[in-house]
Each structure stands twice: as C-alpha cells, then as structure tokens.
Ligand binder design. Structure first.
Ligand code: MG
Length: 170
C-alpha cells in the first residue's frame, strides 16, 4: 500500500468555462490554464503519480505540448491511470478538498464523484471530495482562484491479475 499527495491552483478569469472534477459548473468565470484547467483532476493526477514515485503532471503533460491545449483533464486522468496500470498499480481510493470562495461547489460534488469514478474505473465510495471556502483569507479568499488538495492510496496488482483490468467492479 502506498499513498501520494497532490496540490494544484489555477486563477479564475473571465471568458473560460469552469470545470471541476470533470463537471462543467455554471459561473461567471472559469479557470485559466493550458488544458481545461480542472484543478481538482490535476491534484488527483499528481497524487496518483506521486504514489508510484513518478514525476508530476507538468512533466508528463507539459504546457509546451500543443496537443494538450484545451484537453479534457479526464483524458489526463485516464492516461495517468494507464501509467499506474503499466507499472502494475491499482488505485485503492482518493480523497480530496476543493478550496473555492465561489461559486458554491457543494451541490456539484455528487456529479464530480460520479464522473471521476467513471474515468478511473472506481466505485463512487472510493472517491472523497470535500469543499471549503478560504474564509475570505488571502488570494483564494478574494476569489482570485481555486485550489485543490488530494491524496491517493494505491496498491500493487497481483501478478495473476491483468494490470489493465479494472480493480473494482461497479
Ligand atoms: Mg493544473
């Protein structure tokens, strides 16, 4: 059993869609970034990569790579899952916290969990997502951006089991 940790933050700007956990959330601003800037999915990707001693998401998906521009971060997560599978690791669980002053993301958490579960071949109860504000403190408190923290548990897959096989059956 291994654990990994991930953190990410993106700036909120006008003229961008807001995507969190693979779910588009209606808001006047969205997160700025090279991909869809899904800060939660990026934190989870880094937690998964960290758990197996891999380099971070910026190394595997550099923002100098034109093919990643505007990419759906669910595809990034699927590629990270494939890196784990190739090294014979399976995801046990993920826990995470979104720090956002606005909009209220609480009502969207079940949809995010369902989407991430589908992307990563996990049962919904293997994914925790919490949301909090920053109590008005600092840049996050002023609503200048959204941050996310994530941890992931992974374990080695038994040699008799195909590394590509989903570990959990929904
Ligand atoms: Mg990011």
């Amino acid at each position: 059993m291994r654990v990994g940790f991930g953190y990410d933050i993106h700036r909120l700007v006008t003229g961008r869609k807001l995507v969190l956990g693979g779910v588009e959330i209606p808001h006047s601003r969205g997160l700025e970034g090279h991909s869809d800037a899904d800060v939660l999915s990026h934190a989870i990707a880094d937690a998964l990569l960290g758990a197996i001693g891999e380099r971070d998401i910026g190394h595997h998906f550099p923002n100098t790579d034109a093919s990643i521009r505007g990419m759906d971060s669910q595809e990034i997560l699927q590629r990270v899952q494939a890196i784990l599978a190739a090294k014979r690791f399976a995801i046990v669980n993920i826990d995470s916290t979104i720090v956002a002053e606005e909009p209220k993301v609480g009502p969207h958490l079940p949809a995010m969990r369902a989407r991430l579960a589908q992307t990563l071949y996990l049962p919904a109860d293997a994914i925790g997502i919490k949301a909090t504000t920053n109590e008005g403190l600092g840049a996050l408190g002023r609503g200048e951006g959204i941050a996310a923290f994530a941890v992931a548990g992974v374990e080695r897959v038994e040699p008799s089991v195909s590394p590509d096989a989903p570990r959990h059956v929904a």
